[in-house]
Design a binder for this molecule. Sequence first.
Ligand code: IMP
Length: 184
Amino acid sequence: MKNTEYIAKVLVSEEQIKARVSEMAAEVNAHYREVGADELIVIGILRGAVVLLVDLIRELDMPLKLDFMAISSYGGGTTSSGNVRVLKDAAEDIRGKHVLIVEDIVDTGNTLQCLLQLLQAREPASLKVCALLDKPARRKVDIKADFSGFDIPDEFVVGYGLDFNSLYRDLPFIGVLKPEYYAK
Ligand code: IMP
C-alpha cells in the first residue's frame, strides 16, 4: 500500500484510467485497421509516458515495434520553455512506417510541436499522437493529440508516469500534491 499523505486530491482515479486506456486502445486499433497498417512503430516519450505505454501496447492488436525518445522539458520547475532538446533519439528508421507517439500530457504543446516537426521530416507513412492528459487552458500552440485520455484543469499533476522533481511517477492515479510538497 502506497503512502499518499502528500496528495491533496485525486483528479483521475485508477479505475477511470484503466477504463479510458482500454477505450483509447480500441480507438487506436480501429484507426490502424481502417488505414490498413500492417505494422506500427510506437515511440514512448521518456520518462512520463512509460506507464501509459506499457498498459496501452498490451491492448493493441497489430504487430508493433517499441521505441523511445527522451526530450528535455521542465528541468525541475513547472513551466515548459518552448526550447526543446532531444536527449535520446529513436533507434528505429521510421521512413514509410506508421508511427504512434505516446505522451503523458499535452500542456503548452511546445514539446509535441517540436517532436512532430522533427519526426515528420523523417517521412513516416503516418504520424499520430496518443496522450493520457490534456490541459487545454495552458496551450500556447494550436496542437492536439489524435487520441486523448482526459482533459484536466490548469493544475500541476503527478502520478501514472507524471512527476514532480522525478518523484510520484509510481502512483496508480492522477493527483495534485499538497502545496507544501511543490515548494520542496
Ligand atoms: P509542454 O511542452 O508544455 O506541452 O509540456 C509537455 C511536458 O511537460 C509533458 O510531457 C510533461 O513531461 C511535462 N508536464 C506538463 N504538465 C505537467 C504536469 O501537470 N505534471 C507533470 N508534468 C507535466
